[in-house]
Ligand binder design. Structure first.
Ligand code: ATP
Ligand code: MG
Length: 553
């Protein structure tokens, strides 16, 4: 936690509650519905809920809000657990709303017995019509006057499977003229003959969100139930149910959801990108999912820092994607190993270097001694970056050009003597001579050059595929544009370089290793990588490259 930061509004509430002695320990929960993979918006909620638990010595549950059997799946449950843990958090309990189906059923029966709920026979359309509008009061369903005994019987028959989907519902009996539409006899239970990923065919009635969520909070003794702003209109019902049922008084608080530029942040839309093949899966490195960002090379630390920086507000806003990249660069700058890889290779021959000779040069792995050093082999034929050579040097060009001198990182100063073109007129090779007395760490020449370039020894280099990513969408906010969000997909968001060369030390890396390819950005090994064909993802460029209209790689 950053010490100097002022409290956010939820922390203020918690500190006041603790000071008053309302609770001796706080209890929060993170309640995903297992119907998709988690995204960076969820990370904000995770960092908030688990962060509060840690900060105030409380507890936090991971609760799967699995009351909709149709869309939910254990694949999602597993991915959610992996993501929360990867972000660095541990839950007190792993719980499922479906664990409470029996208790929730009993609570519904209790409400009916109090005359506070009834079984209705109207269709969804009829219920909607009778509900009225914010300016027109609703009208009672004919079933509203039904006796407690009859509702109890019908509800038990609903549970027993006597009715088809949609034939009956259980509704709270509140106020058909309430200004808050959610209080006009909201639905509590519906019939759904569907197999549930945990309870199988045990149930054919399922509680609605409003009946499951608050009651689950209460069953778990959640003190502060934190959700996003769209649930503000639900709060009155949340409180009504808890008060009428006389159960643990959990309280709901709402904060603004995270929105980010150049991406979408809804599981429904992300699912569309996956199922329609616009991306290669939930963990495609271009996705704003936690699994996608992990695969891309984001660190958990950078995501936590980002969530801390954006804070917790009560008003919606749009956060610049580049702020997340800023946090990422700051972290990778500390943790990434410095290595050399050539993305667009050009052959360089050192004409005065002995044929067949190899030297083991020492190169530093990071910005200071703590990172240690590694050995980089050097020999007569090297790969250098094509863009580091110019046939005719421009003004202030400090890299390779006929007659120009540069330092090869951790090696020697070389002078470019000439070049060769192939039949198509493309530069196929450049010839240089090296100055033996300029060896890095041992340079006694007194010669200084302005440019230093990276390289790899051709005979020692490993072939690699490098995947470069760009924004998934061409516009900052697809929601404020006309048409479908998919019309704004950036078709150039993935560029594959299949003939890159990297230094041999990269063979020993794992997907958890973070690299800085000198001058080229931060990279990590992709899960598709194999010993005979390494595959790297570019996590982020070294500097911000996306400015307003100009897009560069
Ligand atoms: P989506 O709209 O992407 O489908 P959701 O709200 O339906 O998300 P849930 O699984 O219900 O997804 O969310 C679990 C928790 O994460 C909820 O408390 C929700 O409020 C929170 N959450 C979801 N999206 C965001 C977001 N963009 N910013 C902050 N919190 C979020
Ligand atoms: Mg939801």
């Amino acid at each position: 936690m950053s010490e100097e930061k002022s409290l956010n509004f939820i922390e203020e509430i918690i500190e006041a509650d603790l000071a008053e002695g309302k609770y001796t320990q706080i209890y929060t929960r993170f309640p995903p519905e297992p119907n998709g993979y988690l995204h960076i918006g969820h990370a904000k909620s995770i960092c908030l809920n688990f962060g509060l638990g840690i900060k105030y010595g409380g507890k936090t549950n991971l609760r799967f809000d699995d009351t909709n059997p149709v869309k939910e799946d254990t694949e999602y449950v597993d991915s959610i657990k992996e993501d929360v843990q990867w972000l660095g958090f541990n839950w007190q309990k792993e719980v499922y709303a479906s664990d409470y189906f029996e208790q929730l059923y009993e609570m519904a029966v209790a409400l009916i017995k109090k005359g506070l709920a009834y079984v209705d026979d109207l269709s969804a359309e009829e219920i909607a019509t009778l509900k009225g509008s914010p300016t027109v009061p609703g009208m009672d369903s004919p079933a509203r006057g039904r006796s407690i005994e009859e509702s109890l019987l019908l509800f038990s028959e609903m549970k027993a499977g006597k009715y088809k989907d949609g034939e009956k519902v259980l509704r709270a009996k509140i106020d058909m003229a309430a200004t808050n539409m959610h209080m006009r006899d909201p639905l509590l239970y519906r019939i759904k003959h569907a197999n549930h990923h945990r309870t199988g065919d045990a149930w054919c009635i399922y509680p609605m969100y409003d009946f499951a969520h608050g009651q689950s909070d209460s069953i778990e003794n959640i003190t502060h139930s934190i959700c996003t702003l769209e649930f503000i209109p639900h709060r009155e019902l949340y409180d009504w149910l808890i008060e009428r049922l006389e159960i643990f008084p959990s309280k709901q608080y709402e904060f603004a959801r995270l929105n980010m530029t150049y991406t979408v942040m809804s599981k429904r839309k992300l699912l569309q990108l996956v199922s329609e093949g616009h991306v290669q899966g939930w963990d495609d490195p271009r996705m704003p999912t936690i699994s996608g960002m992990r695969r891309r090379g984001f660190t958990a630390e950078s995501i936590r820092t980002f969530c801390d920086k954006i804070g917790v507000a009560r008003r919606e806003n749009m956060i610049d994607f580049s702020l997340l990249e800023f946090c990422l660069r700051e972290d990778l700058n500390k943790s990434a190993l410095r290595v050399m890889g050539v993305l667009e290779p050009l052959k360089l021959i050192i004409t005065n270097y002995p044929q067949g000779q190899t030297e083991e040069l020492i190169s530093e792995n990071g910005p200071d001694d703590a990172y240690g050093t590694r050995i980089v082999p050097f020999s007569k034929i090297l790969w250098v970056e094509r863009e580091d050579f110019m046939e005719v040097a421009a003004k202030k060009w400090f890299r390779l050009a006929p007659g120009a001198m540069v330092r090869l990182k951790s090696a020697y100063i070389i002078k470019c003597d000439g070049f060769t073109k192939d039949a198509d007129g493309n530069i196929s090779e450049i010839q240089c001579s090296y100055l033996p007395e300029t060896k890095s760490g041992n340079d006694i020449s007194g010669i200084s050059v302005k440019g230093t370039i990276h390289w790899v020894s051709a005979q020692h280099a490993l072939p690699a595929e490098v995947r470069l990513y760009d924004r998934l969408f061409k516009v900052e906010n697809t929601a404020s544009e006309e048409g479908d969000f998919k019309d704004y997909i950036n078709e150039d968001s993935l560029k594959i370089i299949s003939n890159a060369w990297v230094e041999p030390s990269l063979l020993t890396g794992t997907t958890a290793t973070r690299y800085q390819f000198l001058r080229k950005g931060y990279f990590c090994i992709d899960k598709d990588s194999a010993a005979d064909k390494l595959v790297f993802n570019r996590t982020v460029t070294l500097k911000e490259a996306w400015s307003k209209e100009v897009k560069k790689n």
